[in-house]
Design a protein around this ligand. Structure first.
Ligand code: SF4
Length: 367
């Protein structure tokens, strides 16, 4: 995968012009185009031309400071069990160009944002106390962008590893579809860092994830990280109802576990394709040839459209069967699914979201 090193236009929040991360990013870019300063990001957004395609959004870069609540509970979704995960919006926008990406329906700014003030993020994290000694807080940066896609410009991974090194009450996950792992390979895993790779059969990645690393590149990256002592998480999300899905997902799983052991897995999530009305319009506009919407969907309790429940259940069961054939005790969970589907696929529900951690405790990921 080729790392992104050029932008048409860079906008820098005035007070961050001399920030060390701003300087580092500018130093590492091959082509910066025009550089402008701004004082208020809302004014900047209002005065910019709207763009709709993710690849247009990623041509322009904003270096700004993080706003709002820095550490947020993953929003989850009404009527569905969430996995009690916390997120930091370090990046807002993503150049990986996945046709199904939910961000198309969320984001209204015509550029990618990197929040460079890592010191504010780390300061907030250092004030977060985990009340119950038996609890552990799972945190990630991959909700509004890919956690590693700009790491060659920012070195944020090194900052996070350094910060979490002696903080056992946290489990931190970098979630990615890249193989941009050079920084991670410089540091041995302090024990509480997990690298998550989103996985889909090759027939889908070629068609729907045009600027991501190939599956072979992702598996190779995972295997190098395992050698360095990292645990790996796998995200089969979105699982798509493709012809031959059983064989396609089984081949993918065989391929992954021919290179890494089930003992190196921290957790595995599964989620089937879902969309809002906004995302539907954006897929029709941006990726009309994707075929993503040519199936039957049902409106569910949280206002999202999903495959009908029997279809979702069959997809999950197929993936689960391939995984449990490798090892019966894989730490799996479903992402934003109903209790009924949980029960029919995994034979149980965590009861409430807060109890999701039992899965990870069982695996010894959380003590
Ligand atoms: S990698 Fe994730 S955030 Fe980036 S485009 Fe794909 S789905 Fe969206």
């Amino acid at each position: 995968m080729k790392n992104n090193t050029s932008f048409n236009h860079i906008y820098i929040e005035s007070h961050l012009m001399e920030h060390p991360k701003t300087k580092l990013i500018l130093e590492r870019l091959q082509h910066t185009g025009e550089i402008s300063q701004f004082d208020n990001i809302h004014t900047l957004i209002k005065s910019s031309h709207q763009v709709y395609h993710p690849s247009d959004r990623s041509k322009n870069l904003v270096l700004s400071s993080i706003r709002g609540e820095i550490l947020r509970k993953c929003p989850g979704t009404h009527g569905h069990i969430c996995c009690n995960y916390h997120v930091i919006n370090q990046y807002i926008g993503c150049p990986v160009n996945c046709a199904y990406c939910i961000l198309q329906g969320y984001l209204n700014q015509p550029f990618t944002i990197i929040n460079v003030d890592i010191e504010n993020i780390l300061e907030t994290l250092s004030t977060v106390s985990v009340k119950n000694q038996n609890e552990i807080l799972r945190i990630g940066t991959g909700e509004l962008g890919d956690s590693l896609v700009y790491d060659h410009l920012t070195d944020f991974s090194l900052d996070f590893i350094q910060f979490f090194k002696n903080r056992r009450e946290f489990m931190f996950e970098f979630k990615t579809k890249t193989n941009n792992i050079d920084n991670l390979l410089k540091e041995p895993n302090p024990g509480n860092i997990v690298i998550g790779f989103s996985m889909n059969p090759e027939s889908l990645t070629v068609k729907l994830e045009s600027d991501a690393a190939t599956i072979d590149e992702r598996i190779n990256a995972a295997s190098l990280l395992v050698e360095k002592g990292y645990k790996i998480s796998l995200h089969f999300d979105p699982i798509l109802n493709i012809p031959n899905f059983r064989d396609e997902y089984n081949s993918l799983i065989q391929k992954i576990f021919s290179r890494i052991s089930h003992n190196d897995i921290a957790w595995i999530s599964m989620g089937t394709f879902r969309y809002t009305n906004d995302l539907k319009s954006m897929i029709e506009y941006n990726y009309p040839e994707s075929g993503l919407l040519s199936d039957d969907f049902v409106l569910t309790a949280d206002g999202k459209y999903r495959y009908f429940r029997p279809v979702r259940t069959a997809l999950y069961k197929a993936v689960k069967e391939s995984l449990t054939a490798i090892n019966p005790d894989m730490p799996m969970y479903l992402c934003m699914e109903s209790p009924e589907v949980w029960r029919s696929v995994l034979g149980t529900t965590p009861g409430c979201s807060a109890k999701m951690d039992f899965l990870f405790k069982k695996r010894g990921i959380i003590k």
